[in-house]
Design a binder for this molecule. Structure first.
Ligand SMILES: NC(=O)c1ccc[n+]([C@@H]2O[C@H](COP(=O)([O-])OP(=O)(O)OC[C@H]3O[C@@H](n4cnc5c(N)ncnc54)[C@H](OP(=O)(O)O)[C@@H]3O)[C@@H](O)[C@H]2O)c1
Length: 214
């Protein structure tokens, strides 16, 4: 699958590496073209000369950028994203004290009505996006979307790079996933590590074949 990643920071590089290793054709684009080139050199992906060039031939586009960039991106490449699956990985820098009334993913879908927005990868730190396996434990990769076909595509991509894929439901479930990310960050700041990840544990967890729990 031809995948474009917009953003060449922590997440862009981590996913460029794991997706390339999984055999996907990956293009990385960033406003600073040199950052895209560095990411491509480090990961084996291809650097795009511009955001527009990066997404043109892609089937699926990962927005590995701050949520605050979504408005600008929608203006710049919204037309080029039309008809594509758009993966939102983003989290809010600070959560609302009242809990979220909506999610970044739903707001993005409203900005890009001609795309299928899928929430994925946001509950795990870049370290685990680069490698979802640690000490024999496989991190869960939660995927939420309204478009069933797009969700299935992303579940398969999530599994291809080594996560246990978990269907989290409709795009509104991104509210929960964004809260889970915040809890993981809070945990990391209070004694956990920036490698910790969510894993749902149940009776099947003792099975060595984690895929049997899907
Ligand atoms: N870091 C994590 O562990 C982690 C985990 C889960 C989710 N997330 C989420 O992932 C997203 C990216 O985080 P990160 O840590 O990778 O951030 P980062 O290291 O700061 O990288 C951000 C990237 O976004 C690009 N960018 C910024 N504004 C842009 C714009 N207007 N248009 C296009 N590209 C733009 C930057 O481009 P330049 O390189 O050209 O400056 C940079 O490559 C955030 O939404 C964050 O909440 C992060």
């Amino acid at each position: 699958m031809q995948i474009a990643i917009i953003g060449a920071g922590n997440v862009g590089r981590a996913l460029a590496g794991s997706l390339t290793r999984a055999g996907h054709d990956v293009t990385v684009a960033a406003p600073h073209e040199e950052h895209a080139r560095e990411a491509a050199t480090q990961t084996g992906a291809i650097a795009a000369r511009s955001l527009q060039a990066g997404v043109t031939d892609a089937d699926l586009v990962v927005l590995a950028v701050p949520a605050t960039a979504h408005d600008q991106l929608a203006g710049e490449i919204g037309d080029a994203l039309s008809g594509k699956v758009v993966v939102d990985v983003s989290n809010r820098p600070t959560p609302s004290a009242d809990g979220p009334a909506t999610s970044i993913a739903e707001e993005l879908q409203a900005r890009l009505p001609n795309t299928s927005v899928v929430k994925a990868f946001n509950t795990v730190f870049a370290t685990r996006q680069a490698n979802p396996q640690l000490g024999g434990v496989t991190a869960d990769g939660f995927v939420a979307a309204d478009d069933a076909k797009a969700k299935q595509t992303v579940l398969e991509i999530v599994e291809s790079i080594g996560f246990r894929p978990v269907d989290a439901g409709s795009l509104a479930a991104a509210r929960t996933l964004e809260g889970m990310a915040w809890l993981n960050m809070t945990h990391a700041m209070s004694g956990g590590t920036w490698q910790d990840a969510w894993v749902i544990v149940g009776p099947d967890s003792i099975s060595t074949d984690r895929s049997s729990r899907n």
